[in-house]
Design a binder for this molecule. Structure first.
Ligand code: F6R
Length: 264
C-alpha cells in the first residue's frame, strides 16, 4: 500500500486526478470504478476542468459506481445516480450509456447484483477504482464485519453511517437504511485502487486501514493486501498515523527517482 500525505484537500484532488489522467493516457478506454460522497467531489471538478481544457477525454471510458441506496429511483436527488450525473457525468464527454450505477430500485435486487458483477466482468474488469473511506473504515457500503471476499449485494447500513449521511437528507425525508454495494472481493479485483481521505474525522479510520490488522472490523484494511493500492490523505486525515514523516520521505524519494528517470 502506497500512502501519500499532502497539505490540503485540493492537493489530494489534484494528485488523484493526475493518476486518472495517467491511466487514460495508458488506456483511453479504461474501465473506471467510481465513488460518491463529499471526498471525491474536488477530484471530479479537476477532471471536468481537464476535460474542458482538452487534456483528457472520457469518450471511450466505461464506468461502474460502487454503490446506491435501495429503493431510491435514479431521479431522486439523494440517489447516487443523480449525484454522479450532476457532479460529474453531465459535465464531461462520457457516453451516458457507458456509465453504470448499481440499481437500487430493481424489482429483483439479487438478480440485479449478479447482473452488475457480470457486466463488470464483461467489460474486462475495473482498471482503476476510486474510493473514499467511512469514519468506521467502510469502503463502498461494506460496513464493519463485511465479508472480506464479498461480491455485489444488498447491505444494511450501520447506524453510524446513517447518521453521517443524514446531512444529505431534508428533515423528515425518507433516508434508506439499505444499499446495494460492490463487495470487498469485487473492489479487490480492480487493477489499481485509489483511496482519498480528507479531514480529521477520517484520521482514526486511516490509521486502522494503514497500520491496523487486516480485519473485517475495518474493511478498508484489506487494501494492505492489494498489489496496487494508493492512499492519498491530507495532513488531517493522516494525523493519527504513527510516523507520517516516513511516508513523506518515501514519496520524496519516489519523486526524486522519477525525476532522475525523466518521468516526473
Ligand atoms: C460512496 C462510498 C462511501 C464513501 C464514504 C465516505 O460511494 O462508497 O464509502 O466513500 O462513506 O464518504 P464521504 O466522502 O462523504 O466522507
Amino acid at each position: 500500500m502506497k500512502v501519500v500525505i499532502l497539505d490540503s484537500p485540493a492537493e489530494v484532488a489534484r494528485y488523484g486526478a493526475d493518476i486518472f489522467q495517467q491511466q487514460l493516457k495508458r488506456k483511453p478506454d479504461s474501465v473506471f470504478g467510481l465513488a460518491t460522497g463529499s471526498t471525491p467531489v474536488q477530484l471530479y471538478r479537476e477532471l471536468i476542468e481537464r476535460n474542458r481544457a482538452g487534456d483528457i477525454s472520457f469518450g471511450a471510458v466505461r464506468s461502474f459506481n460502487l454503490d446506491e441506496y435501495m429503493d431510491l429511483p435514479p431521479t431522486h436527488p439523494q440517489s447516487y445516480r443523480y449525484f454522479m450525473n450532476s457532479e460529474f457525468f453531465d459535465h464531461i464527454d462520457i457516453d451516458p450509456a457507458n456509465t453504470r450505477v448499481p440499481p437500487g430500485d430493481a424489482p429483483d435486487p439479487i438478480a440485479a447484483c449478479e447482473a452488475y458483477e457480470q457486466a463488470i466482468g464483461d467489460a474486462g474488469g475495473i482498471d482503476i477504482q476510486l474510493l473514499g473511506i467511512g469514519r468506521n473504515g467502510h469502503i463502498g457500503f461494506n460496513e464493519p464485519t463485511s465479508c472480506l471476499t464479498s461480491r455485489t449485494r444488498v447491505k444494511t447500513l450501520t447506524r453510524e453511517t446513517i447518521a453521517d449521511n443524514a446531512r444529505f437528507f431534508a428533515e423528515g425525508e425518507h433516508q434508506p437504511h439499505l444499499s446495494v454495494t460492490m463487495g470487498i472481493g469485487t473492489i479487490m479485483e480492480a487493477r489499481l485502487v485509489v483511496l482519498l481521505a480528507t479531514g480529521a474525522s477520517k484520521a482514526a479510520a486511516v490509521k486502522a486501514m494503514v497500520e491496523g490488522p487486516v480485519s473485517a472490523w475495518c474493511p478498508a484494511s484489506i487494501l494492505q493486501m492489494h498489489p496496487a493500492a494508493v492512499v492519498i490523505a491530507d495532513e488531517e486525515a493522516a494525523s493519527h498515523l504513527s510516523d507520517p514523516g516516513f511516508f513523506k520521505h518515501i514519496e520524496a524519494e519516489n519523486q526524486a527517482m522519477l525525476a532522475r528517470l525523466g518521468r516526473a
